[in-house]
Design a protein around this ligand. Structure first.
Ligand code: ATP
Length: 240
């Protein structure tokens, strides 16, 4: 199922995104390589979702270029993206996964077995027949992760996947994300949650009002922020 070419490194070179007179992202240069999860962090409206959409190839920059493994083509490649509120098909949990597998080119004869494996891997093996839309928020997020992982992405972009989950559900989702990272999937994840940054992140991309303020190791960001904005954000002060 995997293509031979790599989408890594994912690089933004002097990238801006504008809409009319509004600058959403302002001249960002950034290289994301393989390894531990990269976290995109910043206040509301700082451009995290827009950056993830650019990284997926869902948006084209207004200026600059985005490259995947040195290539500018923005086809679906080896990437998957998961939004905060996943959209489930009006079918069973299993059918949602099977649909993802079909899209990924999984042979029909292998789909039932792979579906069960993926459901088991996110703790939903017993809920295969449950209509997906009747699952709890945390279960739906786990199902969405399994559906995204069905495509065996090289890069998995996650937009605040635990934002509306309680601590137990958050922990479950974090474990799935870590397992994916350990098995070689590059995670690029937007989050507001500094505890989550400490638990999961390798490096941090810190945005304020569409500008890249810091791109550093997570420990450095949390313990030795180099800019006043990052220091204020880490302290929990309001950053505009
Ligand atoms: N198509 C668009 N047209 C105009 N402005 C937009 C568009 N998309 C996003 N914006 C604006 O760009 C800014 C960044 O939005 P974005 O959703 O990327 O930020 P975010 O950091 O993900 O925010 P949040 O943390 O609230 O989800 C916001 O002020 C938003 O209103």
């Amino acid at each position: 199922m995997r293509a031979a070419v790599s989408d890594l490194p994912l690089a933004l070179d002097d990238v801006s995104l504008t809409s009319g007179a509004t600058t959403i992202l302002d001249r960002i240069s950034l290289t994301i390589g393989p390894g531990a999860p990269t976290f995109v962090v910043g206040p509301n409206g700082s451009g995290k979702t827009s950056l993830l959409r650019l990284c997926m190839g869902l948006l084209a920059p207004s200026r600059g270029i985005v490259t995947w493994g040195g290539r500018t083509e923005s086809g679906p490649g080896r990437r998957a993206i998961l939004f905060q509120k996943p959209v489930m098909l009006r079918r069973s949990a299993a059918a949602n996964i099977a649909y993802g597998l079909g899209h990924a080119g999984c042979p029909r004869g292998d789909r039932a077995r792979r579906t069960q494996e993926l459901l088991d891997s996110v703790g939903l093996g017993a809920l295969a027949a449950r209509p997906a839309r009747r699952l709890s928020g945390g279960e739906q997020q786990r199902l969405a992760l399994a559906r995204a992982l069905a495509r065996q992405p090289e890069i998995l972009l996650l937009d605040e996947p635990t934002a509306s989950l309680d601590p137990a559900a958050t922990r479950f989702v974090e474990e799935i994300i870590l397992a994916a990272a350990r098995s070689g999937t590059k995670i690029v994840m937007a989050s507001h949650d500094l505890g989550q940054v400490r638990r999961l992140a390798g490096d941090v991309v810190f945005l304020v009002r569409g500008s890249l303020v810091e791109h550093v190791e997570a420990d450095a960001f949390l313990d030795r922020p180099a800019t006043p904005q990052a220091a204020a954000f880490v302290r929990g002060d309001l950053v505009f």
